[in-house]
Design a protein around this ligand. Structure first.
Ligand SMILES: *Cc1c(COP(=O)(O)O)cnc(C)c1O
Length: 423
């Protein structure tokens, strides 16, 4: 359920007609719905009611300050993967005590930054990282709270680029080596070995791999406790999928019930790191039709491209694409490829979609673009980053202005020997 619906034939974000935003700021733009984010957060939090779980929003899904702040106001902490994301989360008002820091390649600078901030937990992914964290913490006179991210060798059944819990993936410490690493951590100064973390991938549409990985993590915790380690925390990661098209991901209610069943009476402080499930369906990408081209195939060429939304090119993702002006019941639909202006064939947002007749400047919306959309954008083909807008009831605000081409060019610094007039 989201808040992008037709009203009298015009797509609205909550109470705001999409054409009103397009008229004010042009296209393309991302548009996020506060009510949808709020609903998704509350449904997930409700499903975990009574567990005391900390919900740390995975900032990488959408790191706009307005989005992080919306999540923080709802009670979410932050899961960050870089020093930059840590800074963004803190700038948005997330308390350091609600921040977990994951990722397989934290630099010493990033470890020091997070220690200085006083974050809740480091999810440590390797032995060298554990040793580095210990050394940095000792230098700073701090004790780093640590969970070890284990790799449970579970196939999440998702796209190969976003599966992270197989033993051939770069993430975490193999679960059968975890005991040794906890023993090492217990002997190292500057680190407190508090918990076990798992995260097996993203856009997971089946409950079984979650359950298998949680079960393995919990059995490990039993073993570690039996061996004398004082394990208090379990970090269950993110990865819950969303319906882009025909998928039927587990409901947050079923997910929550499973988490409760597995963790009941275990005296564990739980952390979850959801990203996509909170914001994915809370955003759309709005674009204008430039023109159509009919050469055997029907191509609808729009002003948004793979640099603005890379998911179809990168992950073969399917996004629903709809006209902003609802098609008439008797409109003559025909199959079309919906493509951007970039000079490569990968710049195809959708293939063979039944679309109504469209004219230049007609608006279309790419649905489910709130996660891994704007954050993965680039300026390829010297296309400035698009605007982002947030809607709240009948209000909308630009939460990131469209970049200008001048901004983009000004970042280049030709060396002195190439200055105009220097030859
Ligand atoms: C990406 C990531 C998440 C969030 O994944 P979603 O599929 O967006 O829920 C959570 N934890 C870690 C460690 C991640 O890398």
């Amino acid at each position: 359920m989201d808040h992008f619906q037709y009203r009298e034939g015009i797509l609205h974000a909550e109470d705001v007609p999409i054409p009103t935003i397009a008229a004010a700021i042009g296209t393309p733009f991302y548009c996020y719905s506060t009510a949808t984010m709020t609903r998704h957060y509350n449904v997930l939090a409700g499903s975990l009611d009574g567990t005391g779980a900390k919900i740390c929003y995975a900032v990488k899904a959408n790191s706009n300050q307005a989005v992080i702040r919306t999540m923080a106001d709802l009670g979410a902490g932050a899961d960050v993967i870089s020093g930059g994301e840590l800074q963004r989360a803190l700038a948005a008002g997330v308390s350091p005590d609600d921040v977990v820091f994951a990722g397989p390649g934290k630099t010493r600078g990033e470890l020091a930054q997070a220690l200085a901030a006083g974050i809740y937990q480091f999810n440590v992914e390797s032995e060298p990282e554990l040793r580095a964290l210990s050394a940095v913490a000792v230098e700073m006179g701090k004790i780093a709270p640590v969970s070890i991210r284990v790799n449970p060798d579970v196939d999440a059944g998702t796209h190969e680029k976003i599966t992270t819990g197989r033993k051939q993936n770069k993430f975490g410490i193999p679960i059968d080596r975890a005991g040794e690493v906890f023993d090492l951590g217990a002997a190292l100064p500057g680190v407190a070995m508090l918990g076990v973390a798992v995260h097996i991938g993203s856009q997971i549409t089946d409950l079984a791999p979650f359950e298998e990985s949680f079960d393995r993590a919990l059995r490990l915790i039993d073993e570690l406790r039996a061996a004398g380690h004082d394990i208090r925390r379990c970090n269950l990661g993110g990865g819950l999928g969303i319906p882009y098209g025909g998928e039927t991901p587990p409901s947050p209610a079923d997910y929550g019930r499973m988490v409760k069943r597995l963790t009941a009476n275990r005296q564990l402080d739980l952390v979850l790191e959801p990203g996509r499930v909170l914001v994915g369906n809370a955003g759309i990408l709005v674009a204008s039709v430039i023109h159509e081209k009919h050469e055997g195939r029907r191509f609808i060429i729009i002003d948004a491209a793979m640099n603005d939304l890379i998911r179809p090119a990168m992950y073969d993702s399917w996004h629903e694409i709809i006209p902003v002006a609802e098609a008439a019941a008797d409109a003559a639909f025909s199959d079309a490829d919906i493509v951007g202006p970039i000079c490569e064939s990968g710049d195809t947002l959708a293939k063979g979609r039944a679309m109504p007749p469209l004219a230049p400047n007609d608006l279309i919306a790419v649905r489910s673009a709130g996660a891994y959309g704007a954050v993965m954008a680039s300026t390829y083909n010297s296309r400035p980053l698009v605007a982002e807008v947030m809607v709240h009831g009948d209000q909308f605000a630009v939460i990131r202005p469209r970049q200008s081409i001048e901004d983009l060019i000004a970042r280049d610094q030709p060396p002195a020997w190439l200055q105009p007039g220097s030859g």
